[in-house]
Write a protein that binds this ligand. Structure first.
Ligand code: NDP
Length: 357
C-alpha cells in the first residue's frame, strides 16, 4: 500500500510502499480517506519534535485522519463505519497504563505514551491503518469529508472544557472571547466559539495585511480582526474590551503572559500554543497580583481523549459548510502529495486524500 513517510535522514516526506497491516485482536482495519497536515507535522519533518518507532528507519506521518472500517475484526465496530482515530497509544513498558485504563491518556506525562505519526508510533498517512477499536470514534456521514478536522477540534474541545471547569465554582458568563492566532487551529476554534458556544462578541488576533483569506474567515464569522502589530495583546482591553475568555493558539511565548492582561476580572485563558524556549522580561509581581486580585485563571492543555473527540464531532456538526471549505484550502490526491506540504499566502490547511467514501 502507498504511505507517506519520513526517513531518519529527515529529507522531507517521501512516498513509499509498505505491507498492508493486519489487525490484531481488538483492532479494526481502516481504509484511509483523508489525513490533515498541521504545524506539528512540520515540526516532525524538521526534526524539532517526535521520535521514530524503535527499530524502524522511517515514521509513517500523519495524526489527523478519517477513514472507513473495512474489517471490524470482531470488535463493536461495523464495516462501513466512518471513524476518526485518537492519537496517543501506550508504550510497550506500560508506564502510562493507568491513564490509558481510565481513558485519560491525554493527561499522561511525557515519556509514558506514544503518539501516532509523532512520537514512536506510525501515523495514518497510508492507504490502510489498524487501530484498537476503543481508539476509533464514529463520525457521522455528513462530516466524512472533513472528518480529519475532528482531531484538531478535539484539542479545543478539551481546552475549553478545562477552561470552563475552572470557572464552574461561581456564576460566570462568557460574552467576549479572544482567539490569539489565525492559523487553522485558531480559526477552527473561533468558529466553534461563535457558531457552537454562541459567544456574542468574538475577536481574533493575527499579524497579516488585508486582503488575506484568514481575515476573511474572521469577518465572515462576524468576529473582529485584531492586528498584533498595531494593537499588542495588553492594549486589547482598552482598544476593544476586556475578555471573559482568551484562547491562545499562536505559540508566541509572550502571549502566554499577556493573556492575563487581556482578561476581564474572573476571566480564563486557555493556552495551547507550543513555543520554543525563549527568555524575556515579565513583571512577575504585576502578573501574580492580577491573577489573584481579579480571580483570573490560566490553563494549559495538550492532546485530547475519546470524550473530546465525541464532543468535537457534535460541535463540528453545528458549523456551517462554508467554514470547512474556507479553512481547508487544498485537498491533494496522494499521487500529488508534495503539494500538500507546500504553503503560500492562500494556504490555511491542507489534507492528503487516499480514497473516497
Ligand atoms: P499555525 O502556525 O498555523 O498558526 C499560528 C498562527 O499564529 C499563525 O497564523 C501566525 O501568523 C499567528 N501568530 C504567531 N505569532 C503571532 C503574533 N505575535 N501576533 C499575531 N499572530 C501571530 O499553527 P496552528 O494553528 O496549527 O496551531 C496553533 C498552535 O497550537 C501551535 O503553536 C501548535 O504547535 C499548537 N498546537 C497545540 C496542540 C495542543 O495539544 N496543545 C495541538 C495542535 C497544535 P502568521 O501565519 O501570519 O505567521
Amino acid at each position: 500500500m502507498d504511505a507517506i513517510v519520513l526517513h531518519r535522514d529527515h529529507d522531507g516526506p517521501r512516498r513509499t510502499t509498505l505491507p498492508r497491516p493486519e489487525p490484531s485482536t481488538g483492532e479494526a482495519l481502516v481504509r484511509t480517506l483523508r489525513v490533515g497536515i498541521d504545524g506539528t507535522d512540520y515540526e516532525v519533518l524538521n526534526g524539532g519534535h517526535g521520535e521514530f518507532p524503535e527499530g524502524q528507519d522511517h515514521l509513517v506521518l500523519g495524526h489527523e485522519a478519517v477513514g472507513v472500517v473495512v474489517d471490524a475484526n470482531g470488535t463493536e465496530l461495523t464495516e462501513g463505519d466512518v471513524v476518526a482515530p485518537t492519537v496517543r497509544r501506550p508504550t510497550p513498558d506500560g508506564s502510562g497504563r493507568e491513564y490509558f485504563e481510565r481513558g485519560e491518556a491525554d493527561m499522561a506525562p511525557a515519556g509514558t505514551y506514544h503518539e501516532r505519526g509523532i512520537v514512536g508510533a506510525d501515523g495514518f498517512m497510508a492507504e490502510f491503518f489498524t487501530s484498537p477499536a476503543r481508539d476509533l470514534v464514529r463520525v457521522p456521514d455528513r462530516l466524512a469529508e472533513y472528518g480529519f478536522l475532528v482531531e484538531p477540534a478535539s484539542i479545543s474541545e478539551k481546552a475549553l472544557e478545562h477552561a470552563f471547569a475552572s470557572r464552574s465554582a461561581f456564576d460566570w458568563s462568557l460574552d467576549s472571547a479572544l482567539v490569539l492566532g489565525n492559523g487553522a487551529l485558531g480559526l477552527l476554534t473561533l468558529g466553534m466559539l461563535v457558531e457552537s458556544v454562541g459567544v456574542e462578541r468574538a475577536y481574533c488576533l493575527g499579524r497579516r495585511d488585508r486582503p488575506d483569506p484568514t481575515i476573511d474567515v474572521v469577518e465572515e464569522l462576524g468576529a473582529t480582526y485584531v492586528d498584533s502589530r498595531t494593537t499588542p495583546v495588553p492594549q486589547i482591553p482598552r482598544r476593544y474590551e476586556p475578555m471573559d475568555l482568551v484562547y491562545e493558539a499562536t505559540g508566541y511565548a509572550r502571549h502566554g503572559f499577556e493573556t492575563v492582561e487581556a482578561l476581564a476580572p474572573s476571566g480564563v485563558g486557555a493556552l495551547v500554543g507550543v513555543p520554543s524556549p525563549w527568555e524575556f522580561e515579565v513583571d512577575g509581581g504585576a502578573l501574580h497580583r492580577d491573577l489573584v486580585l481579579s480571580n483570573k485563571a490560566l490553563v494549559g492543555t495538550v492532546n485530547s481523549n475519546v470524550s473530546h473527540f465525541q464532543g468535537a464531532i457534535e460541535t463540528l456538526d453545528a458549523l456551517p459548510d462554508w467554514l470547512f471549505d474556507a479553512i481547508v484550502t487544498d485537498v491533494v490526491p496522494v499521487d500529488d502529495f508534495e503539494r500538500a506540504f507546500t504553503e503560500d499566502e492562500s494556504t490555511i490547511k491542507t489534507a492528503i486524500e487516499f480514497s473516497d467514501t
